[in-house]
Write a protein that binds this ligand. Sequence first.
Ligand SMILES: Cc1cc2nc3c(=O)[nH]c(=O)nc-3n(C[C@H](O)[C@H](O)[C@H](O)COP(=O)(O)O)c2cc1C
Length: 323
Amino acid sequence: MRTRFTELVGCEAPIQVAPMAGITTPELAEAAVKAGAHAMIGAAGMTASEVAGILEGTDKKSLNAFGINFLIPFLEPEPLELAASRAPLIDFYMGEPDKSLVELVHARGALAAWQVCTCDEALAAVEAGCDVIIAHGLEAGGRNPSQVGLFPLLAQVLDAVDVPVVAAGGIGTARGVAAALAAGADGVRLGTRFVAATESGAHPRYVKALIAADTGDTVITDAFSVMWPSGPLSHRVLRAALEAAEAFEGEFVGEAVAGSEAVPLPRFLVSPPTKSVTGAIEAMALYAGESVGAVKSTQPAGDIVRELMDGAEELLCKAAALS
Ligand SMILES: Cc1cc2nc3c(=O)[nH]c(=O)nc-3n(C[C@H](O)[C@H](O)[C@H](O)COP(=O)(O)O)c2cc1C
């Protein structure tokens, strides 16, 4: 299953684990990459020494088909410069495509990607010099300012740009992977499905809530925006998490353990619960895409990658036999 994306980033399968800060651990990235996928590690809000820790992990594991992701509102120069000089790909989201950032990334030897929600943004990203575009639809879990579904956006973007395009949002099954590839995408990015990977950093009760949820159990809200730098912003979460947070009485929903310190977590905090968090997990930001219906159990990331690839290949072969 070679595509322009797999050729560019050096992986075997046109599947990418989405960047999810605190959730896509180096262990998750390693397991997915070993199975042939590409993996993004989210570094939003991390310090340079935290990013250095991730890079030490990827060096030890000799990972090459991976990248580091930054959310523009949290961007600091030092972690970005460090990541761009050591990771093969740097990916940005939640800000206007910026030529100076793309040039900085290229100057340090990495490829640059931008996750976009409109066709105009895709054109601006290409104009800024990006090597890869991620088309992000309304179905996606996490921060989500998209106004249209993935497939209408993907069709527009594919017609408008000539760099590899990765499709993101609502894809959780082999059918979704096959559909995006058949439409012309060079790769697919999956987030929610990998939150439930064995190697994920997500809290086990978050994973349990994903497994219990069905396709229609997510909602777009701007409620979980505490500590998002620019104020309330749309995101897709489990409806049950929003209802639990609204019903929660008190200022703090739990604590995060950082070294010997326990940091109180305010209600409606932007961060999803990782394994180091305690408290009312069900009332925290349980980000989930419409792909959540495909999350049926906890599985090793490698098994998820193989299931998606084998299934997509079979479907695409069947479709080719019809023609
Ligand atoms: C728990 C979670 C955390 C996320 N964190 C980030 C992030 O740090 N940076 C980013 O660019 N996208 C982030 N996303 C969005 C993903 O990059 C991707 O677009 C999305 O997961 C695709 O939709 P899906 O969840 O239906 O697969 C996150 C998504 C989820 C579910």
